[in-house]
Design a protein around this ligand. Structure first.
Ligand SMILES: CC(C)(COP(=O)(O)OP(=O)(O)OC[C@H]1O[C@@H](n2cnc3c(N)ncnc32)[C@H](O)[C@@H]1OP(=O)(O)O)[C@@H](O)C(=O)NCCC(=O)NCCSC(=O)/C=C/CCCCCCCCCCCCC(=O)O
Length: 717
């Protein structure tokens, strides 16, 4: 709703009230319409201020309403009516003015903000465009070039930047509502024509077409198939070239297309998934709202390779003091040189308010004795990690939280060598650790709620999307990656080339196909894991079946040939020397694959992009169902957040589990059955949970948690 009050004198104050972010729900819109009418009719009122309850102006349209039929007064005419009022109206912006919230403010004649306020039109990130006049008013206010930047990226700007851009009229460190009231009093009675943005021309650079073409091609390249950024440019082209009314018509048309697209639904689902995963729960019943996190001010990182260095920077950026330990002198010297520079660069990029924490470097594990939390980030080798954990258990004071940055090793085993297994959790960062958003927080059966809560809260402080996951080989992300990689390798055996597989996946929206990705991360990473698992190495027979399953030795043979990827200048592709970045197809790989097929009596067949996507993605999705079934992830949102934030799954496709729902669970089951029944692809046995969901009529993804819990109670899973 919106509250109306008349302040002593002649100013009407309209306060949006819809906690927590004063989103423009039907009730709020109705409240605004009524309050504006009241202000118009009251002859004693000469000016109006619109503000938000609890120091937040408005977080935009109520995204939850997008899922159902629209009711209440529509936003566009409501904002037009405000703009047309013949008494000055000012928006008093505190906290946030985002999306429809900023569009509402653009309909006001003046905008006054607190210095800590944040403004933006992030609709593009929800698969939409600023469809309440924002795509037409903002460029008229700040010019086409600046509006293109804000609207196509959806980035938030500070009050200071908004003032500079001309979005705001005044910024204050004091009470923005008081200032706005004072301000509108001072301008009451003055002409308002020049304040109505819809009546202004759109300031454009002379080479407007070439600017729009340039932005469009950049946006297409960056958007990986997302529709909204392209529609934003089209709406801004209309603002630049058409009268306002026609521009609004174009905005409406584009909005209707986007609104009804699967992409908008996927992106809105991704928005809520990100929030759902913060409300974690464990099978024990412990959860975010009944567990207490410790506040960490001093931490240590053990191991200063690439991951360790990134973790040190991520911690220090939050203001935590970090003891960075590396026992190899050469590595320590290099880290002491590189890490402070990384920290400075990142702090500058983020324009941080909090000064970074102090980092002290040491080669002595004894120096971690006073910290509250340790993150071990040594080489991914169980015996080495066990050694470090044993040592930590003897060095750290009782009660210290011990975390392992492992990408899939057994947390329980590590916990078992300490005196307090409840204080051990996994913190699986993604490289580069100070940049990548995802953090898997891995709990074992003995991890205490306090340890999980602390790791989750620490992740949040570092700006990560933390997802609590159970302990199993590969946790969630890498466990799902395994069948995906397997299918990609099988496809090479059957006749595909690395380029064909990568093209299909990149066309789907991944930034990189599986083979380009392997080249980037190094083929030896998986090789080492397979050797540890006894799948390859000296003494293992070179067959296409290992440990009772179909196995492709192709990646092992690449490593044996010294082709480890970008770092050796050769992998599934060739590069301009070691460390090269530009992948070119390599005739050596074609010959290698042909020879391999001939040796194993395989006849290459032609493989379609559809089959590539089905085999790779449905394998990954199927493992996602197994993970839900095993309660390693609490719900589909957890898996989807992991894939969107850590594995390059295109956000406009929501995540693998959401995508499964979009494709249709019946269809996924049918195709898995089809590939599974193929004599040479037995890995794709559909998960029991998938079968049960299909049998239950394929409920929407939002209902899966409830379904799984019920099935578990009735022991059907
Ligand atoms: C920065 C934030 C605002 C706050 O961040 P933080 O403090 O960290 O808190 P959060 O945890 O993120 O959020 C707290 C809770 O609030 C919920 N929330 C937040 N924002 C919204 C919202 N906008 N709507 C609903 N709920 C919201 C959030 O989920 C949390 O809930 P919970 O505690 O987890 O339960 C941050 O939250 C943030 O960034 N929010 C989103 C800001 C944003 O993106 N705003 C833009 C929204 S879209 C918009 O405004 C669009 C405007 C134009 C609409 C035009 C409408 C015309 C429709 C016509 C369509 C044509 C149809 C044609 C039909 C046909 O013809 O067929």
């Amino acid at each position: 709703m919106a509250r109306y009050s008349r302040l002593p004198g002649s100013v009407a104050l309209i306060t949006l009230h819809n906690p927590p972010v004063n989103a423009l729900s039907a009730a709020v819109r109705q409240g605004i319409v009524d309050a504006v009418q009241r202000a118009l009719k009251d002859p004693k009122v000469t000016s109006v201020v619109i503000c938000g309850q609890n120091g937040k102006f408005c977080g935009g349209a109520d995204i939850r309403e997008f899922a159902g039929p629209m009711s209440g007064p529509p936003l566009v005419p409501m904002i037009h009516a405000i703009e047309a009022v013949d008494k000055p109206v000012a928006a008093a912006i505190e906290g946030v003015a985002l999306g429809g919230g900023l569009e509402l403010a653009l309909g006001c004649h003046y905008r006054i903000a607190h210095s800590k306020a944040v403004l933006g039109l992030p609709e593009v990130t929800l698969g939409l465009l600023p469809g309440a006049g924002g795509s037409q008013r903002l460029p008229r206010l700040i010019g086409l070039t600046a509006a293109l930047d804000l609207i196509t990226t959806g980035r938030h700007v500070s009050a200071a930047e908004a003032l500079k851009l001309g979005i705001l009229d005044q910024v204050t460190d004091n009470n923005a509502v008081d200032l706005a009231v004072e301000f509108v009093r001072s301008v009451a009675g003055q002409p308002l024509d020049s304040r109505r943005l819809s009546t202004l021309p759109c300031p454009c650079p002379p080479d407007v077409d070439s600017l729009l073409d340039k932005v469009m091609s950049k946006v297409r390249q960056r958007s990986r198939g997302a529709l909204a950024p392209v529609a934003c440019v089209q709406a801004l082209r209309a603002a630049a070239s058409l009268p306002y009314a026609q521009g609004m018509e174009k905005e409406r048309e584009l909005m209707a297309t986007l609104f009804n697209s699967g992409q908008a639904r996927a992106l809105q689902y991704a928005f809520f998934s990100q929030r759902v995963v913060g409300k974690w729960s464990l099978p024990s019943g412990a959860s975010w709202d009944n567990s207490t996190a410790r506040t960490i001010s001093k931490a240590a990182v053990i191991g200063l390779g690439t991951m360790g260095r990134g973790i040190v920077v991520a911690l220090a950026l939050t203001g935590i003091s970090v003891v960075a330990v590396e026992t190899q002198e050469k590595q320590l010297a290099e880290a002491s040189r590189v890490v402070p520079a990384m920290l400075q660069r990142e702090a500058g990029r983020r324009r941080l308010a909090t000064p970074p924490g102090v980092i002290s470097f040491s080669s002595n594990l004894q120096d971690v004795s006073e910290v509250e939390l340790v993150i071990e980030a040594v080489f991914e080798d169980m015996s080495l990690k066990l050694q470090v954990f044993k040592h930590l258990a003897s060095v750290c004071r009782p009660g210290t939280l011990l975390c392992s940055n492992t990408s899939g090793l057994d947390i329980d085993q590590l916990a078992a060598v300490t005196q307090s297994p409840g204080l051990v959790v996994g913190m699986h960062f993604f490289a580069p650790a100070h940049v990548m958003k995802l953090l898997e927080v891995v709990y074992g059966p003995r991890s205490s709620p306090e340890a999980v809560a602390t790791a989750m809260q620490l992740g949040k402080r570092m700006g990560k999307v933390g997802v609590a996951v159970g302990n199993c080989p590969g946790f969630v992300g890498n466990r799902m990656l395994k069948p995906y990689l397997e299918q990609a390798n099988f496809l090479l055996e059957e006749g595909a080339t690395p380029q064909q597989v990568d093209e299909a996946l990149e066309e789907f929206g991944f930034p990189m196909g599986v083979f380009r990705m392997s080249d980037l991360s190094g083929l030896d990473v998986g090789w080492r894991i397979r050797k540890e698992a006894g799948l390859t190495g000296p003494g293992v027979e070179s067959t296409r079946t290992r440990q009772g399953r179909r196995y492709s030795p192709l990646p092992d043979q690449m490593c044996e040939a010294g082709r480890l990827g970008q770092k050796t200048g050769k992998g599934w592709y060739q590069y301009d020397g070691p460390g090269g970045r530009v992948a070119r197809s390599d005739p050596w790989v074609d010959i290698f694959l042909e020879t391999y097929r001939a040796e194993h009596g395989l006849v290459a067949r032609s493989i379609t992009p559809e089959e590539i996507l089905e085999r790779c993605l449905y394998a990954l999705i199927n493992e996602g169902f197994n993970i839900l079934q095993d309660a390693v992830a609490a719900g589909p949102e957890d898996i989807d957040a992991i894939y969107v934030f850590g594995y390059g799954w295109p956000r406009h496709r929501g995540g693998p589990m959401f995508h499964a729902g979009q494709v249709g669970l019946g269809r996924i089951l049918e195709r898995l059955n089809h590939h599974h029944s193929h004599p040479d692809v037995p890995h794709l046995k559909p998960s029991t949970l998938l079968r049960r969901l299909v049998a239950a009529g394929s409920p929407p993804v939002q209902k899966w948690r409830e379904f799984i819990n019920k099935e578990r109670v009735h022991s059907q899973l």
